[in-house]
Design a protein around this ligand. Structure first.
Ligand code: 5AD
Ligand code: FES
Length: 339
């Protein structure tokens, strides 16, 4: 595909339903990912260490107003046990993800990161714990965290306001992302496709924002309603549009690390395979203890909440290999372009 990516071309691909055009788009995305990362699909072990959250995002099952959500926090020992289990399975990246839980102060988190770094000097430590100050991010980085995931959710100010209460702002979210980049993290932004009130123009703005931010990772998954949220009556995000957004992101950020998300796998049994075939190159199996998995319910019917990580890993390996790719258990760092 040699078409220049003008706005009208991008909008066209966001909206197209033409199977030949879509096949060409996905082929171009695969060619680019293979140019930079070959056939490798990188594996990250996800540790969902707290389901407490002080935020009240309208789309999320863990929002503080959802009083039926079961809350849990893993202890330091439990988190370290997850890492050891992950190490035995061959993982080289741990993703510590949680709600914005005030219990985990900078001091407590810094101690946890320092201890993981001490015990696992060769593993990547990724944080996904929401908005914090520049100083907090800098402390975590100094303690040994390498990467940070913080989805921007939508790059349109008005749309951001429709998804979040007004104590949250796109401006604050963007500042966090800039801070993280400045500190030196490998940074992941991202969005939900088909979130309530989203338009094709919003998705174009997302692509512009990604081009401007140049994140190392981009998480793109469909919106899936959660019954205990104000968005419970909205429909699922469109999976085909999700795949086109993954492919377009690959074209704009050729060397990005793009996960085939759990949300994609939740909406379709072959969803993650389809995401890989549209340019994704990362999978994130769950390393959280089995007993808490169902409690980390961002949306309804989340997959893999009953499977041992080892089983998920085997299942994923089969899925990856059947698409013609291979599972890579290394750190899977971002590869900078040679120019
Ligand atoms: N559907 C899909 N994704 C969701 N997330 C939160 N709630 C939902 C939902 N209902 C995503 C958000 C958040 C990430 C941790 O999970 O994009 O950044
Ligand atoms: Fe978890 Fe298939 S990836 S069971």
């Amino acid at each position: 595909m040699t078409t220049p990516m003008t706005d009208s071309v991008l909008l066209h691909f966001i909206q197209t339903t033409d199977p030949d055009e879509i096949a060409d788009l996905f082929q171009a995305a695969r060619d680019l990912r293979e140019l930079h990362y070959g056939k490798d699909v990188y594996v990250r072990g996800l540790i969902e260490f707290t389901s407490y959250c002080r935020n009240d995002c309208y789309y999320c099952g863990l929002r503080c107003s959802n009083h039926s959500a079961e809350r849990y926090r893993l202890s330091v020992e439990e988190i370290l046990n997850c890492c050891h289990h992950g190490e035995r399975l061959g993982f080289h990246t741990f993703v510590l993800q949680g709600g914005e839980d005030p219990y985990f102060t900078d001091t407590i988190l810094t101690e946890i990161i320092t201890e993981i770094r001490r015990q696992f000097p060769n593993h990547a430590i990724t944080l996904s714990i929401g908005e914090r100050s520049f100083d907090s991010y800098a402390r975590f980085f100094a303690a040994g965290a390498d990467r940070y995931l913080l989805r921007h959710e939508t790059a349109n100010e008005t749309h951001y306001g429709q998804l979040h209460p007004n104590n949250m702002s796109l401006k604050a979210r963007k500042k966090c992302l800039m801070d993280l980049k400045e500190i030196g993290y490998q940074v992941g932004a991202g969005l939900m496709v088909g979130s309530p009130f989203q338009t094709a123009e919003h998705l174009l703005e997302d692509l512009h924002f990604l081009q401007e931010l140049q994140p190392h990772m981009v998480g793109i998954g469909p919106f899936i309603p959660h019954v205990q949220t104000p968005f419970s009556t909205f429909g699922n995000g469109d999976l085909d549009l999700t795949f086109r957004m993954i492919a377009l992101t690959r074209l704009l950020l050729p060397n990005a690390l793009l996960p085939a998300t759990t949300a994609v796998g939740t909406l379709s049994p072959k969803g993650r395979e389809a995401a890989l075939l549209a340019g994704a190159n990362v999978v994130m199996p769950n390393l959280s203890p089995l007993g808490v998995r169902k409690k980390y319910a961002l949306y309804d019917n989340k997959i893999c909440t009953g499977d041992e990580t080892a089983e998920c890993l085997k299942c994923l390996q089969g899925r990856i290999e059947r698409t013609g790719y291979s599972m890579n258990m290394g750190r899977g760092d971002y590869i900078h372009l040679p120019f």
